[in-house]
Design a protein. Structure first.
Length: 293
DNA sequence: CGGGACTCCTGCCAGC
DNA sequence: TGCTGGCAGGAGTCCC
């Protein structure tokens, strides 16, 4: 689920339940996710006020009144569900709005539980456990290894054709691999890299360096911003009164032009090509060999 | 250093 | 129906 648009959607969904709210009780049901949880993880969260919820790349950052930041990465399968108090009403904008049921948070893969002061229960579950959480002193945040080497936010002001070009120059790796590298641009994953390259008409096999010129880098930078913005809009628009807990977010998956569409006719008007699947550094790439050059 | 292969973990689905 | 292999939205580590 989680590339930038999904993580931002999750952040927005969690915000009403967390921002300005105090954690009455945090519970960890195992000692590790992808990595060991920090010492006394649950105790350090219990009683804390969540002052603000931010996002950087694919990370969610919960700033706490203790001066620490709870860093959250959803990995491949990390999910939050929000369970309003019995008899309570879901705030507008909440997602994964589960019907209040005792037993929420007791599933096999429910690893972390936040019981908020107002009775809302927030459950983090992650069946593959590629996600992780950490607690970091706020002053040390920028130096944190997870965050320190991240490239620019693609929807932020510092991202442009020029900054993209600078980060592609001289790199011999395929552009597909370079874009998955979070040091190039932060927040892209397999889906949106495929989609952005399709929109830009750039072959995933082309070397990163060969995309560093002004024309291609401009097209690619624009395509990245476009696809992320559209996905964000699709995710956000369907989150309101979203009533499932199956982890599906938004409906942008119906708008994929190439991702998971092997064998389909290319959607570019007049192209006539067929979407192909190849494997690059162990991961599927979908593209149209006809119009992506 | 850059880049590619491998790794972690579990679930699901197609194919036999 | 049941088993097997392949694949899944990520990214750190190791090795050349």
């Amino acid at each position: 689920m989680p590339e930038l648009p999904e993580v931002e959607t999750v952040r927005r969904g969690l915000a009403p339940a967390l921002e300005g709210c105090r954690i009455r009780l945090a519970t960890q049901r195992r000692a590790n996710l992808r990595y060991p949880l920090p010492d006394r993880f649950a105790e350090r969260l219990t009683g804390r006020l969540v002052e603000r919820l931010d996002r950087r790349a694919k990370y969610i950052l919960a700033r706490l009144d203790s001066g620490e930041v709870l860093l959250i990465h959803l990995g491949m399968s990390g999910r939050f569900t929000i369970h309003p108090p019995e008899g309570g009403e879901a705030a507008p904008g909440q997602f994964h709005h589960a019907t209040p049921e005792s037993g929420a948070g007791t599933g096999k893969h429910d690893h972390i539980i936040f019981d908020m002061e107002d009775g809302t229960r927030i459950v983090y579950s992650d069946h593959r456990r590629f996600g992780f959480m950490d607690l970091i002193v706020e002053a040390d945040l920028d130096a944190n290894p997870h965050l320190a080497s991240l490239g620019p936010e693609p929807l932020g002001n510092e991202f442009s054709a020029f900054t993209l070009s600078e980060r592609l120059r001289g790199r011999r790796a395929p552009i597909k691999a370079a874009l998955l590298d979070q040091r190039t641009v932060a927040g892209l994953g397999n889906i949106y890299v495929c989609e952005a390259l399709f929109r830009a008409g750039i072959s995933p096999n082309r070397s990163a360096a060969s995309v560093a010129g002004p024309q291609r880098s401009e097209r690619l930078a624009r395509a990245i911003r476009e696809v992320l913005n559209e996905a964000l809009a699709a995710g956000g628009s369907t989150l309101r009164d979203y009533a499932h807990t199956d982890g599906e977010l938004g409906y942008f998956q119906h708008s994929f032009a190439v991702y998971d569409r092997e064998g389909d006719a290319c959607s570019k008007p007049g192209c006539g090509g067929t979407v192909k699947r190849i494997v690059q550094s162990g991961r599927s790439t979908f593209y149209c060999p006809r119009c992506q050059k």
